[in-house]
Design a binder for this molecule. Structure first.
Ligand SMILES: [Zn+2]
Length: 335
């Protein structure tokens, strides 16, 4: 369990960090995928679940782990092959009534042998990519390469988080096949924006995963099982609220933006009966557990003598805010 005084200190520290993040992110950016806010929150709280030996290094690089949680989305359309790492269209592999996984091997090579690499790429590879990233992270731990291990840790956090979103497991990822266009942002951005402060983040602690492959496929399966509810309740609540009250306008910076109304979001969130919170909590626990597992599998290397400057130089961070944050953290930690 996370010691409560440490948790309070971390929370204060995070408020400082997050204030900085909001200044540096343009409002236009805070609306895509799990939502930037969701990804940032997942990586942040995953750090709090780590055991002390690993947490002490990760907490020093909290700003980086939070800010880079969205890097894979930022390069999604710029890097060839990136987009497929964020989802898996399971419905391509089965017909209604069949087990979605009957024809889908968890092992990459077996899946390639069965469907071809091109097909897998075309319909998304998130669970296989998480396994690949885990080995990269483990290797970076083995080599004590701070820049790389932080990069992989931040980014595997993103992919694991995406695998926990029901709409990342279907071809109908934005409701475009069922006349529910926009539901993707509703579920993973708008609801998070309105509700995430109220969630319970006492999640326990990271645990060793004997098989990251099994764990990520279990996560994908749970996401896919929740998909029907995500779609069905949106339709039911739309009927109850009416299309006139479903949307509202909110000022975002200088722009008046059409959004799902508060009334509609509250009703939809309630109808999902805690689903968003459960998926968010499960994502946090798994991110932390995968970080921990990679570190254990690397032989639990001592990271305490790796220097902050090494990170700054190799990552080419532009701002000088990182050392300032470290100074603040140090100051708080000594009280
Ligand atoms: Zn993504």
């Amino acid at each position: 369990m996370v010691n409560s005084s440490i948790f309070r200190k971390l929370k204060s520290f995070f408020l400082l960090v997050f204030t900085g993040l909001f200044i540096s992110l343009s409002p236009n950016n805070i609306s895509s995928k799990w939502g930037f806010a969701g990804h940032q929150r997942i990586n942040e709280f995953a750090v709090y679940l780590l055991p002390a030996e690993l947490q002490s290094t990760f907490i020093q690089h909290l700003y980086y782990l939070i800010s880079q949680s969205v890097a894979p989305d930022q390069r999604r359309y710029a890097v060839e092959g990136e987009a497929a790492r964020h989802y898996i269209d399971l419905d391509h592999y089965y017909t209604p009534g069949q087990d979605p996984f009957w024809n889908l091997a968890q092992n990459w090579q077996e899946a390639v042998d069965c469907h071809s690499a091109d097909t897998l790429q075309a319909y998304g590879i998130v669970p296989w990519h998480v396994v690949r990233m885990k080995y990269r992270l483990q290797k970076a731990f083995e080599e004590k390469n701070l820049a790389l291990l932080l990069k992989y840790a931040a980014e595997i956090g993103h992919y694991i988080a995406d695998a926990h979103v029901p709409l990342h497991t279907t071809e109908n990822y934005n409701g475009q096949l069922t006349n529910q266009y926009g539901i993707h942002g509703l579920w993973e951005s708008r609801l998070i924006e309105l509700q995430a402060e109220n969630y319970n983040y006492w999640i326990g602690k990271a645990t060793y995963l004997p098989s990251v492959q099994k764990a990520i496929w279990a996560a994908v399966k749970a996401s896919h099982l929740a998909l029907d509810s995500v779609l069905q309740f949106e339709k039911i609540v739309t009927k109850q609220i009416g299309t006139n009250e479903k949307f509202a306008y909110e000022q975002r910076g200088t722009v008046l933006t059409r959004v799902y109304s508060r009334k509609f979001c509250d009703a939809y969130h309630k109808s999902l009966n805690g689903m968003v919170e459960r998926r968010l909590r499960a994502a946090i626990l798994m991110v932390s557990s995968v970080w921990y597992t990679a570190w254990v599998d690397a032989g639990q290397p001592d990271l305490s003598n790796l220097k902050l400057m090494q990170e700054k130089e190799s990552l080419g961070l532009e701002s000088d805010s990182l050392p300032k944050m470290h100074a603040r953290w140090k100051q708080r930690n000594c009280h």
